[in-house]
Design a binder for this molecule. Structure first.
Ligand SMILES: Cc1cc2nc3c(=O)[nH]c(=O)nc-3n(C[C@H](O)[C@H](O)[C@H](O)COP(=O)(O)OP(=O)(O)OC[C@H]3O[C@@H](n4cnc5c(N)ncnc54)[C@H](O)[C@@H]3O)c2cc1C
Length: 537
């Protein structure tokens, strides 16, 4: 039997689910297929960064995600330890969600995010997103349905799939492969991943331990936090999951049995626990040569694989998802020109490349402090003390590279995109620092307005012409030009001086994903060119 849809999405990981929801919200009919029968209870990512939470807010999901994730008052501290019962070698304090939100509330210089990060385990996030996707009348969600192959022609794509009732075909205008690191869709297109593969193999085990969190701190051991790096020669690393009852441990060991001992050794005192699963995983730093071919696009881990240091895996994929979805919707609804979909690879591959680099930088930092480990680390001797002090000192510098990536998270901007009014130059791309900017290609910085509302909440799902600081510049020409392509556009006057100061221009043209297309202090000389560029014509 053959079914038909506008967009077929292969893979219901967090990236495929995000695209399905965003397309569904935009009124696009899509089908999401997933080979698994249901979301798996397997730990992977656990932190949505601030930018991802801003994106989820725009989709109406941030409150739901916070309600399902880690409680807002739990510290997000990171420790370097010998075990959970001994004084920590290093504590890096990071704000709880409640604290980060309060900090955001009291900062209004453009450096903050509208949303704080949120710890939510992938196995909690996926079922949540799945239920949202299933609630949208435009989205068909089929678990237990495997993508087998595809063929494309000038009018569309035909995919062969194997469902619960047997093989069938799905015909679509566009197909998006969100099918993870071993992406069958990418392989079928003959697109290669390049970079450093298989850098290190670790085992990851998931434990249920109801008492550990409540008993922290144990003895003189570290307090409550989210990551506990054990200073040993096995890269051991304990992660609290969102329930605070589940924990994962990563270590370079030879067998699953050893993972049991590693948990007991890390905790340091007898606790009741159960090991729920154990799996090997590999560290990779890889980027795809291309992000699609013809009517087929790739997003998420199918095109970039990073080491989870820095948490740039799923978060980068969510960025891909919302860059691609409005462009697909615009093209399908007829107002998007050919450059819209062409710009997807230009914009997102450079971010994938930068984030693979950021992840490499973070993991080198981690490798550096771990290389300070010596077998005498526990010795009560001057040499033992020296080893502990040196490792803690180096970790104080190097471990931060993993946990402080705000520039990579919020500061990304699209360079040389065919749908941005490019200006040569532009601020430096920084991993560690975020400097607010409205340079064309950048995300609109977050600003609180005088009435307590957030500027980002005023930005709709189409184009927005922002007129700031009481400017009376003529913008009807630009609005008319955008409308002449059939594009949805609103013009918004925001007289608040604070927004004018932070944004540094009287006028901004924003696209549906809140990235800046053009800025100026008077109307563009040729609004037709700006409108044509913005809409991909
Ligand atoms: C230990 C660990 C910790 C991590 N921590 C973080 C973190 O804190 N923050 C972060 O941002 N990232 C983190 N990541 C990375 C993150 O988990 C991935 O980047 C994320 O899962 C990628 O999402 P995705 O939707 O692109 O792919 P996936 O999650 O891999 O989903 C792909 C889906 O496609 C399905 N599929 C595959 N083939 C087919 C087929 N033929 N037909 C149908 N369906 C198919 C798969 O079953 C799967 O459900 C971590 C990863 C690991 C391993």
């Amino acid at each position: 039997m053959r079914s038909q849809t506008e967009v077929l999405i292969v893979g219901a990981g967090p990236v495929g689910l995000t695209i399905a929801i965003d397309l569904g919200r935009r009124g696009i009919k899509c089908t999401l297929i997933e080979q698994k029968d249901e979301p798996a209870f397997l730990p992977k990512m656990e932190r949505c960064n601030a930018r991802t939470m801003e994106i989820f807010r725009r989709m109406g999901l941030s409150e739901k995600i916070r309600a399902a994730g880690l409680q807002a008052d739990v510290p997000m501290d990171v420790y370097v330890v010998l075990s959970m019962t001994e004084p920590p070698l290093l504590r890096l304090p990071y704000p709880s969600v409640a604290q980060a939100q309060a900090d955001n509330r009291s900062t209004n210089d453009g450096t903050g995010a509208l949303e704080a990060y949120q710890l939510i385990s992938q196995y909690t996030l996926e079922p949540l997103l799945k239920s949202v996707a299933e609630s949208l009348p435009t989205v068909t969600v089929r678990y237990g349905c495997e993508f087998l192959s595809l063929e494309q022609d000038p009018a569309g794509v035909t995919a062969k799939v194997r469902g619960r009732a047997g093989d069938d075909e799905i015909r679509c205008a566009y197909l998006v492969g969100c099918d993870g690191g071993s992406s069958p869709v990418r392989k079928q297109l003959g697109i290669k991943l390049r970079g450093e593969g298989n850098l290190l193999q670790l085992r990851q085990a998931l434990y249920r331990c109801d008492e550990l969190f409540d008993r922290l701190p144990m003895g003189n051991g570290p307090g409550k936090g989210r990551h506990y790096h054990v200073a040993d020669d096995k890269a051991t690393f304990l992660i609290m999951q969102d329930s605070t009852r589940h924990w994962t441990l990563h270590a370079v060991v030879d067998s699953d049995d050893e993972m049991k001992t590693m948990f007991e050794k890390t905790v340091g005192v007898p606790v009741r626990y159960e090991m729920l699963s154990c799996n090997p995983w590999r560290q990779n730093l890889l980027l795809a040569d291309r992000y699609g071919d013809g009517r087929v696009f790739l997003a998420g881990d199918s095109v970039h694989l990073v080491i989870p240091t820095g948490g740039l895996g799923m978060n980068t994929g969510v960025g891909d998802a919302v860059d691609l979805s409005w462009k697909l919707a615009a093209t399908l609804r007829g107002w998007g020109g050919p450059n819209l979909l062409r710009s997807y690879e230009v914009e997102r591959r450079q971010i994938g490349d930068r984030n693979v680099g950021a992840s490499r930088y973070a993991s080198m930092g981690r490798r550096k402090w771990r290389s300070m480990y010596q077998p005498n680390i526990r010795d009560n001797t001057p040499e033992g003390r020296r080893t502990r002090d040196t490792l803690a000192r180096v970790a104080d510098e190097e471990q931060r590279k993993t946990n402080e990536m705000i520039g990579a998270e919020m500061g990304y901007r699209y360079v040389d995109s065919p749908i941005i009014m490019n200006v040569p130059g532009g601020p430096e791309h920084l991993f560690r620092d975020y400097v607010p900017t409205t340079w064309p290609g950048a995300r609109l910085p977050h600003v609180w307005l005088n009435d307590g509302s957030a500027m980002q909440d005023r930005i709709g799902d189409g184009y927005t012409i922002l007129r700031l600081g009481g400017s009376q510049a003529e913008v009807n020409g630009l609005k008319d030009a955008l409308e002449s392509f059939g594009a949805p556009v609103q013009s918004l006057d925001v007289p608040d001086q604070i927004a004018r100061e932070i944004y540094g221009a009287d006028l901004l043209l924003l696209r549906p994903d809140m990235h800046v297309v053009w800025r100026g202090n008077k109307a563009p000389e040729d609004p037709g060119v700006v409108a044509a560029t913005a809409t991909g014509h």
